[in-house]
Write a protein that binds this ligand. Structure first.
Ligand code: ARG
Length: 457
């Protein structure tokens, strides 16, 4: 008979058992379920709601069950519905009537709300660690490349020269914000719902603060209806993970482009690439492509979860059981992507010469030609037009601005002097952009040092 079977005269249809059951996916919360139950039982004993020795026996037995689960000695039963009822059923099978006291003053509604908060809290911490590793890798790569000139793009058209360090540090900023968002989400997650009961709290004199403190929560939830029906933290996490994937996906796209023969900016390590079953020459960036591709399922979960929650009246409804597979999949996906992505970057070879020659073609110094004329007295709009005419001339004569003679330059403007060549060299173009946030080598070095400090602090 079901733990809740009292008012029923028939057992559930096998189809319904199967349909209703979540243990195949919520079993992964067994540790949080047991830790939560231990704290609840201990509190029931301290408050004199159940005898102290019963509380002790429950806590001790739950500890044994935890061990047995971790040793693979426990088979969960589909007809026991979910991980919560499975653990309770096993407890009762081991210690009988004493085990039946555990659920005093508790509902599965506040129990599941507790477990999912605890589970996602620990997954969030794990992802934060992985993000820190990725960010450390980015700093290492940046440090090696503060003088590696490459073309910066807008519209995927060559725009102005930057350095590879500057480019990589842009991703550092994105992943830093991702980390801040996760930490912020964790704060709202870390609120203890037990004591909300099924929806309206409970008549027992529970010590909610004790349970919260015991389980590492910052505070207790303030409204029992909200305590059991809030899944905002799941959605926030789903969004934060989507953003991480979006950043990984943009970076992946660049790596895929850069490792193409046409760009040749980077070469992925053999250990982080794959071959083709038919074309012997192929070396494919599968890791980056998969990271890009897996972004889809993480976005899908976000929309799925938003949709699950949008129409359900207060308080708990079974719809909410649908939160788990989606958020678990998002968590698993991000946890799988981050470390492999970090390693792929760390082992990637950077072709500095190709990056540099990419920046040298494509008139990435045309803005600096205009700026030179501005410094010699021409209004910017006129200077822009002169530089534009020079670009057009170079294109039809198959040359570049820095290869024009001073005489040729004078045919565009008398303001050019011998120092123009130095003023529009790639190094000058990069290193004169030394405002905070710019690509100049010293500026980026300072940014890297600051970020390193923040990372370790
Ligand atoms: N397995 C359920 C879930 O994930 C637990 C709560 C069930 N509560 C209930 N009254 N049916 O949401």
């Amino acid at each position: 008979m079901k733990l809740w079977g009292g008012r029923f005269s028939k057992s559930t249809d096998a189809l319904v058992d199967d349909f209703n059951s979540s243990v195949r996916f919520d079993a992964r919360m067994y540790r949080q379920d047991i830790e939560g139950s231990c704290a609840h039982a201990e509190m029931l004993g301290r408050q004199g709601i159940i005898p102290q020795e019963d509380a002790n026996l429950i806590v001790k037995t739950l500890g044994e069950i935890l061990h047995d689960i971790e040793d693979g000695k426990v088979d969960f039963a589909t007809d026991a519905e979910d991980i919560h009822m499975n653990v309770e059923t096993i407890l009762i099978s081991r210690i009988g009537d004493v085990g039946k006291k555990l659920h005093t003053g508790r509902s599965r509604n506040d129990q599941v709300a507790l477990d999912i908060r605890m589970y996602l809290r620990s997954e969030t911490d794990e992802i934060l660690k992985q993000l820190t590793e990725l960010k450390t890798t980015l700093l290492d790569i940046a440090e090696e490349n503060v003088e590696t000139v490459m073309p910066g793009y807008t519209h995927l058209q060559k725009a102005q020269p930057i350095t590879f360090a500057h480019h990589v540090m842009a991703y550092f900023e994105m992943f830093s914000r991702d980390g801040e968002r996760l930490a912020d989400c964790r704060r709202r997650m870390n609120v203890m719902p037990l004591g909300s009961g099924a929806l309206a709290g409970t008549t027992y004199d529970l010590d909610r603060e004790f349970v919260a403190q015991k389980l590492g929560f910052d505070r207790v939830t303030l409204n029992s209806l909200d305590g059991v029906s809030d899944r905002d933290f799941v959605l926030e996490l789903a969004f934060d993970l989507s953003l991480i994937m979006m950043h990984l996906s943009r970076f992946s796209e660049e790596i895929i482009l850069w490792s193409s023969n046409e760009f040749g900016f980077v070469e992925l390590d053999d250990a982080y690439s794959t071959g083709s079953s038919i074309m012997p020459q192929k070396k494919n960036p599968d890791v980056a492509e998969l990271a890009r591709g897996k972004t889809g399922r993480v976005y899908g979960s976000l929309i799925g979860l938003l949709t699950v929650m949008k129409g359900i009246p207060l308080a708990y409804n079974k719809d909410m059981q649908e939160d788990k597979e989606q958020i678990f999949d998002s968590v698993d996906t991000v946890k799988m992507c981050l470390p492999v992505f970090s390693k792929m970057l760390a082992t990637m070879k950077i072709n500095k010469e190709n990056m540099r020659s990419g920046a040298a073609r494509g008139f990435t110094n045309a803005t600096d030609v205009a700026d030179y004329l501005v410094k010699h007295g021409l209004p910017f709009r006129d200077a822009h037009a002169v530089s534009g005419r020079m670009v057009a001339y170079c294109i039809s004569n198959n040359t570049v601005i820095e290869d024009l003679s001073l005489d040729e330059l004078h045919s565009f403007s008398p303001l050019f002097e011998e120092d123009i060549y130095e003023a529009i060299s790639l190094e000058t173009c990069v290193n004169q952009r030394k405002l905070i946030g710019g690509p100049a080598a010293d500026t980026v070095r300072r940014a890297i040092a600051l970020c390193r400090e923040r990372l370790s602090g």
